[in-house]
Design a protein. Structure first.
Length: 202
């Protein structure tokens, strides 16, 4: 799901006509990509991810790729010759996307090596394996927070304003008229500060 839309951006900026639609769309996409990269998410919008595969590393934690996590509907472990759905009492999760092997439920999982008795006690960790833990979960925002939209639209404003301008020029004096332009680094520092609440730091 996109953060903001072409239609909404044009409405907030009182833009009529479609002559600049292509440029604005490219700027929206560039801004969204930068925001997702900074915040460490694939998509800000709410979506369901089905059987997303992770490596078990023999520890109790797996960090899901997308957040905030609003629901985990299934966790499976691929084992020797089969896939086993885990009891929901054997794991918990946090909003920030941490999937935790929980010791309050049954502690048996199947191994991806030929088992002698079919299962073994995992000690409440995700068993080691390559892409052996499959998670179905829902993550993202619905609706998209308005402050994220505002940041994206400000980025688009900056991209549009910089078109055709010498990037090295920061100020200009014409007789008694003077103006200055906020540097790109200062703008990014401001935006990143405002996006900090949406950034996942592991």
């Amino acid at each position: 799901m996109a953060i903001g839309t072409l239609s909404e951006y044009k409405t907030t900026r009182a833009i009529s006509g479609s002559g600049f639609d292509s440029r604005i769309t490219l700027a929206l996409e560039a801004a969204e990509s930068a925001m997702e990269k900074f915040c460490g998410v694939d998509d800000f919008g709410s979506a369901t991810y089905t059987d997303e595969a992770y490596d078990g590393e023999g520890i109790a934690d797996i960090w899901l790729a997308n957040w905030p996590v609003t629901a985990v509907s299934a966790v499976k472990i691929r084992c020797y010759g089969t896939t086993v759905t885990q009891d929901s009492t054997t794991y918990t999760y946090t909003r920030r996307g941490r999937l935790i092997r929980d010791g309050s439920g049954p502690g048996f999982v199947y191994t991806d090596e030929p088992p002698e008795v079919g299962y073994y006690s995992a000690g409440f960790v995700w068993p080691q394996g390559n892409q052996n833990v499959l998670v179905t979960y829902t993550a993202g925002y619905a609706p998209i927070p308005s402050d994220l939209k505002q940041i994206q639209y400000e980025m688009v404003d900056a991209i549009r304003a910089s078109a055709g301008r010498d990037p090295a020029m920061q100020s200009e004096n014409i007789e008694s008229y003077t103006y200055s332009i906020q540097s790109a680094s200062d703008k990014w520092a401001e935006w990143s500060s405002r996006m900090a609440a949406y950034r996942r730091v592991l």
